[in-house]
Design a protein around this ligand. Sequence first.
Ligand SMILES: NC(=O)c1ccc[n+]([C@@H]2O[C@H](COP(=O)([O-])OP(=O)(O)OC[C@H]3O[C@@H](n4cnc5c(N)ncnc54)[C@H](O)[C@@H]3O)[C@@H](O)[C@H]2O)c1
Length: 357
Amino acid sequence: MEHKMAVIGYGGMGSFHVTRIFDIIPSIKVVGIWDVQEERRNLAKSFGLIGYESLDECLADPQTDLILVATPNNYHKDLSIRALRAGKNVVCEKPVAMNAAELMEIMDVAKETGKVFTVHQNRRWDKDFVIVKKVIEDKTIGTPYVFESRVQGSKRVLSGWRGVKKNGGGMLLDWGVHMLDQLMWMIKSPVVSVRAELFEVYSNDVDDNCRLHIQFENGIVAMVQVDTNCFINQARWHVMCTDGTLIINDWSCNGRMVRLLDNKELEWTSEIVYTEAGPTRTMAPRPRETTEEIELPVVNPSWSDFYNNICAVIDSKTNGSNDVELIVKPEEALRVMKVIDLLFESAKTGQSIKCNI
Ligand SMILES: NC(=O)c1ccc[n+]([C@@H]2O[C@H](COP(=O)([O-])OP(=O)(O)OC[C@H]3O[C@@H](n4cnc5c(N)ncnc54)[C@H](O)[C@@H]3O)[C@@H](O)[C@H]2O)c1
């Protein structure tokens, strides 16, 4: 069944959705946009879309059954609730809201109206992440115990509302939410402790660089780092497993995976090695023949799965079968928002916070 969609907030991300949906999602037709800026509405009209004159007009359009909310973060809650109450299914951009309490309000309305509500956690389809997830699921290098997940740049700019606290700016909400969503979706264990360091290196309103420490009940520890003031990048992923190490350097998925070979270490581990920094047993370089290099798995994630899933869920509700589950469930977004709330609290107090999320 074809679905007709309107977009609220036709900026950078709103336009991305419109173009990508047009290119690769035949079951959705974007028919119109509502944006508070007249120039954005006019731009939409120049592409043959309806440029609604008001939010009310947008939500009252009987032909649409799906709304995308892609405004600055502080408007997500009210707009999502308005759209749900208008009888529309809703996709909301990340971060879904300013905090967990706001998301719970949206979830209550979604339940009350029976409409589909989901969040654009598109980085579940990033190739680098999908490789990490596959290596872990296949146990290619054993059981993981430490994940380091980083995005780093040096532009030193948080443009527009991203630099403004009341709009939900800052890197924890902007990028942290993606990286936490990836980790908490992949690691099937409750979060039991969090700690954050948030830096305002050049911004004086929001965090422009952050370090997040997450401990899971199963013993796994994750360190998430978002930097906008980093001039020498580290790897996007550094994953420590019991039988090997995985590194993915960048979004092009250049990287390496090294696996321990059986039994060979017994022949050399007690030798002292003389390095330039003196003798050592523990940190001596391992002979190459005791490990093997493994190719990173080939994966082909497709972002279209996100929207195809939403259409399938709406269709299954419409035909009464209700047999399709959302890939990005509001309950999952709620766990992430609860962790983010605690990370902000931890950054204020400088303390780790125990939890069960
Ligand atoms: N999933 C991703 O990878 C990703 C990437 C970028 C941005 N985003 C998210 O998308 C959202 C928008 O970000 P962006 O980069 O497109 O911002 P943007 O500033 O480029 O665009 C926002 C648009 O919303 C409009 N707007 C503001 N308030 C509005 C309101 N109350 N009603 C209607 N329109 C309003 C603005 O005029 C602007 O055109 C944010 O939540 C952001 O976090 C997600």
